[in-house]
Design a protein around this ligand. Structure first.
Ligand code: DGT
Ligand code: CA
Ligand code: CA
Ligand code: ZN
Length: 588
């Protein structure tokens, strides 16, 4: 093993951090972090000094640490470090990367709430479980969530839409009431519904920009003002996201909103169309090419709405999610834009978890929340036995759960229907985690791959296909298994998988969890072309996560999805007919 100075410094830093979390006295932990720093700054390889017997020449290295370095370099491992790693798990140490989580706080959440990962920390903060701990508070929870969002952003430099949208809505809510503001909204990639966001583009219609710019600069969520002028201010928010605010003359709102919504590729195509008509288009106006290209010049056409801009170019309104130059201009010119799915088309949600596995709410709690949203049905899909970390269901517990669901349905007296399903594990050989007799008793079965995602393509694909061919499986959940900014999805042969799903009429999920958004837009669009059915579900572990449906619908719209192919736009009777025909079709 090559012990570079960098690697050695990492190990000693890690030792210092894990000791800090254990509550070790400062002079001891500092000894390790000082040595780590000195190793990193050492001009010569430590390995050479060791070979020459000169470890004690490194500043800060006494007898004790020299002995540890020697053991490490001689044997390739350090017993003391291995023990420490067992005592303080990696997931616990990883929480130190979250800004505002020091050793003290990590120790507290670990000891008092048994939190051992960044994901669990995030879930606890979202659920308001941290605020009552010593030296925490509601503000700390917010800071931790912002810190986790900014940490994840480091992976790609882009933030998940699930972190960006709430930040944008908060800014807008804070600025809406400012004197002179007539309209305020977000544009850019966020309005187009992309899965990740580079920066926020906020537009406000006003004739009085000064108080608006002032208001933004003084908001508590603003960490730094990057630049501020008469018509535009750029800031960095406390979650690391940059936001640009532009003041727009109300008479020019249409061109500005169109321009700053983008995408750049779509805008280039629009400008070409304008030029063919002898016009030039920018964020201020549409004007004859012949006249001087100046704001307020002769013959200038201004638009208060985006529709106006599109109509002036001979086009119908193009929904923001389509504006990527992926065929939308051609479709618009031909009068063949898709009738995209909307939130209102959905009649139910088909993936969620209750307290029977790793959810936070019971069946009735989810049913009431879904009814309040205007849904007609939900499908309960708790995890199955082999996912022990999530308290997965055995056949016996599924039977018990059925009684609870029947009771809830009886209480709701036909005003709403709770369907009994499951999110059954697809095991590493493609077999399912529950016997067919048990699956046969459920209304709708969802199958998901959670483990061994790094299998080679052939094995992984065969595994998913085996699940699809099981006549009891109706939906394949979050097909790729990716976590945005955290983990790549599995290397499936998507063409083969989509063809199989289409043939067996198994629906593929667009999972709305903003960490997943899986299928992604490219896969969803291809699945559609190959004739697959889709479902759009939140995977909610608590009722408020039903709100995540907006993200999945956004992805579906970006994939040109129309409502008819999405099974949870169907009325209950059609949904159940489809599910039972799947089972019978394959059995015959
Ligand atoms: P992002 O921020 O990377 O997630 O993506 P966008 O699309 O929000 O990009 P952004 O913030 O750079 O610009 C917002 C919109 O403004 C962009 O979609 C189109 C328009 N825009 C910005 N700069 C240019 C430019 O240099 N040329 C053109 N044609 N459009 C631009
Ligand atoms: Ca942007
Ligand atoms: Ca921008
Ligand atoms: Zn799952």
């Amino acid at each position: 093993m090559a012990f570079t100075n960098r690697r050695l410094a990492e190990i000693f830093t890690d030792i210092a951090e894990r000791l800090q979390i254990q509550g070790e006295v400062v002079f001891k932990t500092r000894a390790y972090s000082t040595v780590a720093e000195n190793i990193l700054n050492c001009p010569r390889p430590i390995v050479e000094l060791w070979q020459e017997g000169k470890l004690d020449e490194i500043p800060g290295v006494g007898k004790e640490i020299a002995r540890k370095l020697d053991e490490l370099l001689r044997t390739g491992r350090l017993e003391f470090y291995e023990r420490l790693r067992e005592q303080v798990p990696d997931g616990v140490a990883a929480m130190l990367q979250v800004p505002s989580m020091g050793p003290q706080r990590v120790k507290t959440v670990w000891e008092q709430l048994n939190i051992t990962s960044i994901e669990a920390l995030e879930a606890a903060a979202q659920a308001g479980k941290l605020r009552d701990l010593p030296r925490f508070g509601a503000k700390t929870e917010e800071k931790i969530l912002a810190g986790i969002a900014s940490l994840r952003r480091r992976a790609t430099g882009r933030m998940r839409i699930g972190d960006a949208l709430p930040a944008a809505l908060e800014l807008i809510a804070a600025l809406r009431g400012v004197d002179g503001v007539q309209q305020i909204t977000y544009a850019g990639s966020l309005r187009r519904g992309r899965e990740t966001i580079g920066d926020l583009d906020i537009l406000a219609a006003t004739l009085k920009p000064a108080p608006l710019m002032q208001a933004l600069r003084s908001l508590p969520v603003v960490q730094e003002v990057l630049g501020s002028g008469d018509a535009k201010t750029s800031v960095r928010l406390n979650n690391g996201l940059q936001a640009d605010l532009r003041a727009i003359e109300p008479a020019r709102w249409g061109t500005a909103l169109q321009y700053f919504t983008g995408s750049q590729a779509h805008n280039i195509r629009l400008r070409e169309l304008a030029q063919q008509k002898g016009l030039s288009l920018n964020e201020y106006a549409l004007r004859p090419l012949s006249t001087e290209s100046k704001k307020g010049g002769a013959g200038e056409l201004t638009f208060e709405t985006e529709e106006g801009v599109y109509h002036a170019l001979g086009l119908p309104f193009i929904p923001p999610e389509l504006r990527e130059d992926r065929g939308e201009i051609e479709a618009a010119l031909a009068g063949q834009l898709p009738h995209l799915i909307t939130l209102d088309d959905l009649k139910g949600d088909l993936q969620m978890h209750t307290t029977w596995s790793d959810g936070a709410t019971d069946v009735m709690g989810l049913a009431r929340a879904a009814m309040a949203r205007g849904y007609a049905y939900i499908l309960i899909t708790d995890h199955t036995q082999s996912l022990a970390v999530a308290n997965g269901l055995t056949a016996e517990r599924i039977a018990q759960q059925r009684r609870e669901i029947e009771q809830v349905n009886a209480e709701l007296k036909g005003r709403f229907r709770v369907l009994h399903g499951v999110e059954v594990e697809v095991k590493s050989d493609g077999s399912l985690d529950l016997p067919d007799e048990v699956l046969a008793q459920l209304d709708i079965v969802q199958a998901s791959v959670h483990t061994s995602l790094s299998q080679p393509r052939e094995k992984l694909t065969a595994r998913a296909i085996r699940a699809i061919r099981n006549p009891h499986v109706d939906i394949l959940g979050h097909p790729s298994g990716r976590l945005i900014n955290e983990r790549e999805g599995g290397d499936f042969d998507w063409e083969a998988l989509f063809r199989e799903a289409a043939q067996h009429r198994v629906a593929l999920e667009i999972n709305c969890d903003p960490a997943r958004l899986d299928l992604n837009e490219t896969h969803a669009r291809r699945a559609l072309e190959l004739g697959c059915l889709l479902s759009i579900s939140t995977d909610a572990h608590a009722p408020e996560q039903f709100n995540n449906i907006v993200y999945g619908v956004g992805i579906a719209r970006r994939a040109w999805v129309e409502p008819a192919v999405v099974i949870n736009t169907w009325p209950l009777s059609k949904l159940l007919t489809w599910a039972s025909s799947r089972t019978q079709g394959a059995a015959s």
